[in-house]
Design a protein around this ligand. Structure first.
Ligand code: ZN
Length: 463
């Protein structure tokens, strides 16, 4: 469960599109690039930053500058090839830098970033690193850095890879109390009433974007007749009317767990698993009257592991969605990013899932059934029927995998009674059920079931 390899690609207005891509290598240091370096040094000084990378000012090239303040001569070791050491009283320039390994010794410190005004959080980094880079002259150097310098270099180097500190900080995300941005952000209303909503809300609560009003299942739908800044909704079960949307200066942003316009509607998580998609994602859209059809503010892709259930996939996507929202909110509220209309010709829709959809049809392919089992966790949970001692009983199936290379062929629904494992024949292939719950009983393993029940077939018929 821990090893989610989230790969976020954020589509935001042209201004910040460079923050989320790997920067290009610089072949020749042109006079234009030299001018850019001066501009960056100036910007860094104005913003009182200690480092600045080219992607932060809209240039996707492998270049960053670091303020001389970060240099600690005693803790940094330079190695030059036949060149004079650079003047460390001036900002130092790193062109085409490479940090090839991140040694194990790490420490965690609060970091901020000029691209995420108003935010800071604890980031773990290697205490010491070695970086190789080029100077403006084209000469290469190697620098061993410790302490603050090592941290700054890793932060700026991350920018060139399209990584931001919000990808790395955990719960410790905080707000700079002195930040002007933090003071301005008020009057946020959150709409949400599920476990997934709570994931998003928990992330928002520790930031400047903590909602002042939370509207959930048990909250009466009442909003004072006043203007609000922005609304945020995630996994909210109600339709929000136009007149409510209009109360917000910046509208309402909705986190939807799919790559919109794909999978609009109520069951995008289930659809991704049922269809065996290897890739899905999370979208942030401006809410409009037409369901899930509003313009896109941000979108991130995510690889779907073959073991995910709708529940685990949902937890991951809403967590990533919340981080993405926090990532784009400053830009969005500054009107620096332009939402992009969805391509209506590519739209697809998902249906509301009903309890009866959980019934397994054993004549289907084992792969289809296995996906269905994962898609219907936590609800409605896939189920089947069995005849046990003359009574028809329902049983829920929570976990299964497909048996490969087994050539025995029996009618769909038949159990492999000689086996200690719970093996069920399907229309194509055999399914091994590893977790199930007979009606009125506790959850058990397939082996426990085989020991305790004398059953020969599973059936989709309750009579
Ligand atoms: Zn930064």
């Amino acid at each position: 469960m821990q090893n989610y390899s989230a790969k976020l690609k954020i589509i935001i207005g042209q201004d910040n599109s460079t923050l989320r891509v790997k920067a290009k290598k610089i072949a020749v240091v042109t006079s234009e690039i030299q001018g850019l370096i001066e501009k960056m040094a100036q910007k860094m000084k104005e913003a009182e930053g200690i480092g600045l990378a080219a992607p932060q000012i809209g240039k996707s090239i492998q270049l960053f500058v670091v303020d001389s303040l970060a240099f600690d001569r005693e803790r940094s070791k330079w190695e030059f090839k036949k060149i004079t050491p650079p003047d460390v009283t001036k900002p130092l320039v790193f062109i085409n830098p490479v940090i090839s390994s991140y040694p194990k010794g790490q420490d965690a410190f609060i970091e901020g970033c000029l691209s995420l005004p108003g935010f800071e959080g604890k980031v773990s980094r290697s205490k010491r690193i070695t970086i190789k880079a080029q100077l403006v002259s084209g000469e290469t150097f190697k620098l061993q850095a410790k302490g603050l310098l090592a941290r700054v270099l890793q932060h700026e180097y991350d920018h060139l890879q399209g990584t931001l500190i919000c990808d790395k900080w955990e719960k410790e995300m905080k707000v700079k109390s002195s930040s002007a941005t933090a003071d301005k952000v008020k009057k946020i209303v959150f709409f949400g009433d599920s476990e997934y909503s709570q994931i998003v809300l928990n992330k928002l609560k520790v930031t400047a974007y903590e909602p002042e009003i939370i509207i959930g299942k048990n909250t009466k739908y009442q909003m004072p007749d006043t203007k609000y800044l922005v609304g945020i909704t995630a996994s909210y079960g109600e339709i929000i009317p136009r007149e409510t949307i209009d109360k917000f200066k910046y509208g309402i942003l909705n986190i939807h767990p799919s790559l919109l316009p794909r999978y609009r509607g109520p069951s995008p998580l289930q659809a991704a698993i049922l269809n065996g998609d290897s890739k899905t994602g999370v979208s942030i859209i401006q809410l409009s009257e037409k369901m899930d059809a509003g313009p896109l503010v941000a979108q991130g892709e995510f690889m779907v592991d073959e073991l995910y259930t709708s529940q685990t996939l949902g937890e991951i996507l809403f967590k990533e969605g919340a981080l993405m929202l926090l990532d784009v909110l400053p830009e969005y509220l500054a009107r620096k990013l332009t939402p992009v209309a969805q391509d209506e010709t590519k739209a697809s829709y998902t249906a509301l899932i009903e309890k009866k959809d959980g019934l397994i049809d054993w004549s289907q392919d084992a792969q289809i059934i296995e996906r269905k089992i994962r898609a219907f966790i936590p609800w409605p949970v896939a189920y089947t029927y069995m005849n046990h001692r003359g009574a028809i009983r329902r049983l829920q199936i929570m976990e299964a995998d497909i048996i490969k290379n087994l050539t025995i062929k029996k009618a769909p629904g038949n159990l492999e009674t000689a086996s200690q494992e719970l093996l069920v024949h399907t229309g194509k292939g055999i399914l091994r059920i590893t977790k199930l719950r007979p009606e009125g009983k506790r959850e058990m393993s397939g082996e426990e079931f085989m020991r305790g029940y004398d059953v020969e077939t599973f059936s989709s018929k309750s009579k």
